[in-house]
Design a protein around this ligand. Structure first.
Ligand SMILES: C[S@@+](CC[C@H](N)C(=O)[O-])C[C@H]1O[C@@H](n2cnc3c(N)ncnc32)[C@H](O)[C@@H]1O
Length: 278
């Protein structure tokens, strides 16, 4: 596969007075690419679920382990990372290019800060590209000329859609399933999908914590279609062969070692899974 073409030079506008999902997440991960409005929102989330940062940390650790699995054991050499976020912690391209320096990664996000930082970070990496796009309109992403130039849709692709689809703020409960269907239909056989999502374990204490978190996210302008149950997340992955251990809280997805601290409520509020398209 040829190297990815030069980065998109489109200018981006950043509004430091409006809360940004990507920057709140960056703050929770210990990053510095955030403004007071984002930190205020993060504090509101912390008021609802005190160890809320654990959701971000466990999710990010899961993404790293899943991407490493795809690169090392599934032979995937091209990736589409939708809702990629700010380059705070281990980025997908760093994880997979450590295994195979020739691996190609296309990041997609709609946040101007993510686009600006991503393009700056990737200026020297000719196998990685940052593309602006809306996760809820798969056709726009899947037919984007930059995406098509970088990825060969006749060969297996690793699709990452992690901690993104719960950002939806509309009322259409089935939209995530339809949107995932469009992505899955476009992927060739042998492709892998990594999904993570805010999770409602349908247990009293955790569900109450999740409702408080959803409320804080909505009233703070962060959006959030909120958590999905196990069955709802399974519907988003319909037709894929699930990898063991299936859809689980992300801390339980092939942890890299024994836990040394007890599991808190926050760790139970994000689930992840990896599936293969037959
Ligand atoms: C919580 S972060 C997750 C980042 C990364 N995927 C991870 O799991 O660590 C969510 C990201 O999704 C992006 N996002 C939310 N809605 C989006 C949309 N409709 N289109 C593209 N990106 C979106 C946000 O800008 C943010 O960067």
């Amino acid at each position: 596969m040829s190297a990815v073409e030069e980065p998109d030079p489109a200018p981006v506008e950043i509004d430091p007075t409006r809360v940004s999902q990507a920057r709140v997440y960056d703050y929770l991960l210990g990053g510095t690419e955030n403004y007071e409005v984002d930190r205020e929102q993060a504090r509101a989330l912390e008021a609802a679920v005190p160890d809320v940062a654990e959701i971000a940390r466990e999710n990010r650790a899961f993404v790293t382990r899943a991407a490493r699995y795809l690169a090392r054991h599934a032979g995937i050499v091209q990736y589409l990372d939708v809702g990629s976020g700010l380059p705070t912690a281990e980025n997908t391209h760093e994880v997979v290019q450590r295994v195979d320096p020739e691996a190609t990664v296309v990041y997609v996000d709609h946040d101007p800060v993510v686009l600006a930082h991503g393009r700056a970070l990737l200026a020297e990496n000719d196998r990685t590209r940052m593309v602006g796009g809306d996760a809820w309109h798969p056709a726009g992403i899947l037919h984007d000329p930059q995406v098509r130039a970088a990825l060969d849709f006749a060969r297996p692709i690793g699709l990452l859609c992690t901690a993104t689809l719960h950002m939806y703020s509309g009322d259409d409960r089935d939209l995530p399933v339809r949107v995932m269907r469009e992505y899955l239909d476009a992927l060739p056989s042998g492709s892998y999908v990594v999904l993570s999502h805010l999770y409602d374990p349908e247990e009293q204490g955790e569900s109450a914590a999740m409702r408080a978190l959803e409320h804080a996210a909505r009233t703070g302008g962060l959006g959030s279609g909120g958590a999905r149950t196990h069955a709802e997340i399974a519907a988003m992955l319909d037709g894929l062969e699930p990898l063991e251990p299936g859809i689980v809280e992300t801390y339980r997805w092939w942890p890299s070692g024994p836990r040394t601290t007890p599991v808190g409520v926050a760790q139970r509020l994000v689930a992840g899974a990896v599936g293969r398209k037959p």
